[in-house]
Design a protein around this ligand. Structure first.
Ligand code: TXA
Ligand code: MG
Length: 350
């Protein structure tokens, strides 16, 4: 299959530029498209055969359900049983980087939900994504547009690397604003639990919904007999070929000097040692493979750059990588969660 690559000019009318993509979706094909979080791999969310193609192109296990994307929060009512809590969240955060899980209606095919009786619904804020959903006239089922196991794509080139020849079209809308996948919450009655942290932070959710329970899989490795609430959280994810060792910044006064000394010693022994940390610490490192995540405490920037760096490391000969993550406040919880997975839970103390 030849994959068409379409670059969007955001200053021009979007509907003309997206009409062919919408036709592909309507006819059961696959289109990768930008959202504010990461790129999605979209197909009609009401067409079981189209959603099967998504699993095939990604090499994704069929028990890992897809998110369906709608152009307005009210649209969710067609696909799941909404309640007051849904509208509380919708009024506060939609359109935006949040996905809500509710009991599904029968119109949603089982192939989309991996056989679960719930469905994940998200209304993205990215104008290209919203216009594409509107023009397609169906909800768009879309996981992140990466090969299963790789980091989610944050620009169209990442998608091209993974999906060229496997899907009908890639829409290039530039780099994603947030760079990490959406926050996922599950609503059961009026209770809200956090399944995957993202751009809508735990603090933001608590301000609107009160107490939130955080699924254990967000912070910890589950035992073999434990199941996360979001099936996808159990899969190995994001890890580059080289082993990542993760260091938590404890905010102590000598942290930066201590860690710089530690990583430099590693680089001295093995010049194929990589590092990924904030600017101030990077400046103290002597290695060749240093990735600067952005200024200390600019966690939004860290979120934006992380996945690209994990991919770039695989194009270098590094054999081990030392990564530093800051505290859990704000989007820090999401950054930390993705880094923990990239390290395969290899957290070290210095
Ligand atoms: O930002 C995002 O959410 C991106 C963009 C494209 O919207 N999409 C995304 O999709 O990250 P994906 O498939 O890579 O991750 C969806 C996660 C998986 O961990 C999956 O197991 C979980 O959502 N999920 C989907 N439906 C679910 C359900 N009914 N119950 C529990 N978890 C569900
Ligand atoms: Mg994914």
């Amino acid at each position: 299959m030849i994959t068409k690559f379409v670059k969007i000019d955001s200053k021009k009318d979007l509907s003309g530029q997206l009409s062919e993509a919408a036709e592909i979706i309507k006819n059961g094909g696959l289109v990768a498209f930008p959202t504010e979080t990461v790129y999605g791999l979209g197909a009609s969310g009401l067409d079981p055969d189209a959603s099967k193609k998504i699993y095939l192109a990604k090499g994704r296990p069929s028990d890992n359900p897809l998110i369906i994307h709608v152009s307005a929060p009210e649209e969710a009512e067609k696909y799941c049983y909404v309640n007051d809590m849904f509208y509380k969240l919708a009024n506060a955060f939609m359109p935006g980087p949040i996905t809500v899980i509710l009991k599904k209606k029968s119109i949603v095919p089982d192939t989309v939900t991996g056989g679960l009786n719930t469905v994940a619904v998200r209304c993205p804020s990215d104008p290209v994504a919203r216009e594409l959903i509107k023009l397609s006239g169906v909800p768009i089922a879309a996981p992140s547009a990466n090969t299963s196991g790789k980091p989610s794509p944050t620009c169209a080139e990442h998608v091209l690397n993974d999906m060229d020849g496997k899907i009908d079209m890639i829409i290039d809308g530039g780099s994603c604003k947030i760079g990490l996948e959406s926050t996922i919450v599950k609503i059961t009655d009026e209770n809200v639990s956090l399944l995957r942290p993202g751009g809508i932070t735990l603090e933001m959710l608590e301000r609107v919904c009160g107490t939130i329970s955080v699924d254990k899989a967000v912070r910890e490795k589950l035992a073999d007999n434990e199941r996360p609430l979001a099936p996808g959280m159990k899969y190995k994810h994001y890890a580059p070929k080289a082993q990542v060792y993760l260091i938590f910044d404890d905010n102590s006064t000598d942290f930066q000097n201590r860690v710089a000394e530690f990583i430099n010693a590693k680089i001295n022994i093995n010049p194929l040692t990589g590092a990924m940390c904030y600017t101030e610490l990077c400046k103290q490192l002597n290695g060749k493979y240093i990735k600067d995540l952005g200024k200390k405490n600019d966690k939004e920037e860290h979120a934006k750059r992380l996945f690209a760096y994990l991919r770039e490391f695989d194009e270098t000969p590094v054999t081990e990588i030392y990564a530093v993550t800051e505290d859990e406040s704000g989007i820090g919880l999401a950054v930390r969660n993705r880094m923990i997975k990239a390290s395969g839970y290899n957290i070290i103390e210095v």
